[in-house]
Design a protein around this ligand. Structure first.
Ligand SMILES: *[C@@H]1O[C@H](CO)[C@@H](O)[C@H](O)[C@H]1NC(C)=O
Length: 489
């Protein structure tokens, strides 16, 4: 597949014999794909996901450019292929017909004078346009410059950077932190929001408008920290959901408060109303975390067929990434479908996840102290009496990581405990279903409570498949499915 494509690119290059710089960029792309194919054979598969998007080799962070284009979903990501730690950013690329089965595509953007930081995509007929932050090193304080760049594609595989880059050279207040453009079209205009900060270090999101994505008019500050909401707002997103508007972002610098904000950085949202005539966003519900797990950042959304889908980086900055000794690091959460109920975003795994069920592994009342063993890819449906304690241990069949999922009827909190006090917990008041839906893959756990009013996404590193032990004082009604592989090895 890749050999054929590389051969095709090579032929095109010879046929076109274009300018030297184009040649060398195209040549670098070909060499990179060869490097990835070769390097892949050295990866240790013990923690490789079977149904989550992960980089073929090397490092991944934020999801980028999530878009439905010509009948397929495209997902890009912050990518450094040459090591399993962060390095000069590329854009990795995958696509999917259904948000479940993913195929690897050639790296979409390579750094040149600029590193290709986070951004987004729009679909215009057969053309896909990427808008991303070009980050350049500079000689003077603060030694970096962030401005906004474009790249175009007519085949959704090969992307050409716009020769007029950057299209947005600087922030209105001169802050060098000016990144992660999220672009969308409304009526005949493009809008973009960009993460930035005030000169006294309060996170903010800026709103711009354009007819062509090349020339932009600054409109307003869409949202801004009052001083308690962090020093930088990264990866903003803005969308309508069930009659309200949602400003989603990844604030940095929130202080831990009780059970909240325990990760290094946060992801969450403000619900409000917005008027395209005045460009005013009026917050109505204060900031809430999107997901309560240990590893969730840089969430981003797209809309298709009238539905709003969200996914995020299933990892975190400044924490150990045990898979990095295996030649890769980072993965993306399951895509979730969003709805707004009682001033809260509900997240459910996309419906097509049910197509991954291969067979039923367990379907019974599992008594106290009873165990069951599974492979690496499992979906569990767990029902319990919420007036009694729940204590479900999930661990590696051959050792490695452990995690306890607990419910305490006294305080009515769901707890995800990775041991040694590494706990995330939150109150849960079911609005409908009382079922826990749990997705286990090699090196991750996602717990969806009830209708998706409480969700945890956490990395766990079991070895040799999963083992479940019911440590609750009550039997648990458990249905388990083995899941099929849906991503490349
Ligand atoms: C970043 O570089 C652009 C030129 O590409 C320049 O116009 C802009 O002023 C620089 N931004 C800062 C904050 O210095």
């Amino acid at each position: 597949m890749t050999l054929i494509r590389n051969g095709f690119i090579l032929l095109c290059l010879i046929a076109l014999s274009s300018a030297a710089s184009v040649d060398s960029y195209e040549e670098a792309k070909i060499q990179l794909e060869e490097y990835i194919q070769n390097k892949k054979t050295e990866i240790d598969p013990r923690y490789r996901p079977l149904y989550h998007v992960a980089p073929p080799v090397g490092w991944m962070n934020d999801p980028n450019g999530f878009i439905y284009h010509n009948g397929e979903f495209h997902l890009f990501y912050q990518y450094y292929p040459y090591d399993s730690v962060w390095g000069p950013m590329h854009w990795g690329h995958t696509s999917s017909p259904d948000l479940v089965n993913w195929k690897q595509l050639p790296t979409a953007l390579l750094p040149e004078e600029e590193m290709c930081f986070s951004g987004s995509a729009v679909s215009e007929g057969d053309t896909m346009i990427l808008m991303y932050t070009g980050r350049r090193d500079t000689d003077d304080e603060p030694f970096f410059n962030e401005s906004q760049y474009l790249a175009y594609s007519d085949d959704a595989i090969n992307f050409q950077k716009y020769e007029g880059n950057p299209v947005l050279a600087e922030s209105p207040n001169g802050s060098p932190d000016f990144r992660d453009p999220k672009v969308w079209k409304y009526s005949d205009d493009y809008y973009v929001i960009i993460g930035s900060k005030t000169l006294d270090n309060r996170g903010r999101v800026l709103l711009y408008k354009s007819k062509d994505m090349k020339s932009w008019e600054y409109l307003t500050v869409l949202g801004e920290s009052d001083g308690d909401m962090g020093y930088m707002w990264e990866c903003p997103d803005f969308f309508e959901l069930d009659g309200k508007f949602v400003l989603l972002m990844s604030p940095q610098g929130l202080e831990p408060q009780g059970d909240r904000y325990k990760n290094v950085y946060q992801n969450g949202y403000i619900i409000g109303s917005f008027n395209y005539d005045t460009n005013e966003f009026v917050p109505e519900v204060p900031f809430q975390e999107t997901d309560y797990g240990h590893d969730f950042y840089a969430a981003t959304t797209t809309e298709a067929n009238g539905k709003r889908y969200l996914l995020a980086w299933l990892s975190m900055w400044e924490v150990p990434h045990p898979e990095d000794t295996d030649g890769w690091a980072g993965k993306i959460t399951l895509p979730r479908e969003l709805s707004l109920v009682n001033n809260r975003i509900l997240m459910k795994p996309v419906e097509a996840m049910e197509n991954l069920r291969e067979n039923i592994a367990v379907d019974e009342n599992v008594g106290s102290d009873e165990e069951h063993e599974f492979g690496k890819a499992v979906e569990l449906l767990v029902d319990s009496d919420l007036e009694q304690k729940v204590d479900l241990l999930l661990e590696g069949r051959d050792g490695g990581g452990k995690v306890w999922l607990r419910w305490d009827p006294g305080v009515r909190k769901v707890v995800v405990d990775r041991g040694s006090g590494d706990i995330r917990q939150v109150e849960w008041s079911p609005i409908g279903s009382h079922t826990w839906r749990i997705f286990l893959d090699a090196s991750s756990l996602e717990l969806f409570c009830g209708e998706g009013e409480v969700v945890f996404s956490s990395r766990v590193f079991p070895l040799g498949g999963w083992k479940l032990t019911n440590q609750s004082p009550q039997p648990l009604r458990i249905k388990a499915f083995n899941l099929k592989r849906s991503v490349p090895e």
